[in-house]
Design a protein around this ligand. Sequence first.
Ligand code: SF4
Length: 453
Amino acid sequence: MTKIPVDVGMIYEGERIRKNAMHVEFGGPKSFGAELFRVAGNDAVEDGKVTVVGPDISEMAEGSRVPLGMLIRASGDKLEEDLEGVFERRMHYYFNYIQGFMHLNSRDTIWCRLSKEAVKAGLKFEHVGAAIIDLFKKEYDVIEKMDITFYTDDKAVNEFIEQARAVYEKRDARLRGMKDEDVDVFYGCVLCQSFAPEHMCTISPERISSCGSISWFDGRAAVKVDPKGDLIEIKKGEIIDPVKGEYTGVNEMTEKKSGGAVDRIFLHSIFEYPHTSCGCFEAIAFYIPEVDGLGVVHRTFKGTTPFGIPFSTMAGQTGGGQQLEGFAGIAIEYIRSPKFFIADGGHERLAWLPKDLVERFYDDIPESVRDKIATEEDATDLDSLKVYLEKVDHPVVSRWKAEETAPAAGAPVAEVSELTMPLSGMPIAAGGGITITFKNAKIYAEKVIIKKK
Ligand code: SF4
């Protein structure tokens, strides 16, 4: 067994490595990287082997930024490809168990740091790899063999990222065409409760997990091999609202797993009871009241949203497991979902999106709106956004017109020269059978309810 020069354990999970304590940074906003977990054949995997393609930690200068690719391959008779996403998400936790190693995000947005202390202690990739293999094998006896490759050479990392993206795409594609209505169970994940104690992701065929790593298929496979683990089966129960995506089973499980803090969840609406947001989300969807539309910003977008704030500031306000009306942490893949905030108008309500996301989801967004969504090139603030949406006649503009024809606050909703109404529901002794007539009346109302007879 390789002797590891730093401690390894759950107590280091919340360790943050600030800039002045950092020796080297991997991936993140100023570099690039990816992680991938693959199930392979027994003959292909060399148990315990750690390979480094490119410079090792000891060759990296203090304060440097280096690209990083991490490939884990595992084999075992009971291992299924469906488990890859779940184990890949586990990498986040296990890397954070290593003293002096900080791991953030997932897939091709990973951002890691190594502390000066850990490097001074002699930590190398062979130790990191050995610790990770040990942690996986101790927790999952379905894993019989495991090896790890670290890529730090620019060219090798770029090639690895392409390979990883093809696998992510294949995994995500499996779900396309499957509907929430096609299944009786969804899956819940509470992995992020270590930092967002009231958060549970509900994963349905049309709503992949907020981190983008765990699909409905991944949830199903995980529950099969580890029924007492962090992934839970949720029986849908009764449908309360098929459009908003509200189910009795999801509400009950959310209430149980959030310790009573959250008892209603709309899977496909950003209003009233939106899904809670942990902090690992790939993107944030947000309501823009000034244009009555929705926007989405993702983790790797370097500019600012029309609110004038970047992703990081919005993430700080949205995360922690909160249920915040008008904001929701989502997976980027959810933009492709036919149920993308369908209760709020779906894609037709999408007013602002970074350009790379418009390009990526161009064919998935309805023709009626895909050329009308503002990007950072069309609008940099709320005023220019409004001007742009009006210029292209975006579908949200018709909502403004509807609002303009609605009465202003304080104005009467109706002016009538004569209105006659029976006093229904009153006992005869108290005036039943009486009719009241208003002449030249102005009616002020907070709400008007019109019922069909
Ligand atoms: S974001 Fe959701 S699915 Fe992903 S690890 Fe956290 S709780 Fe699980």
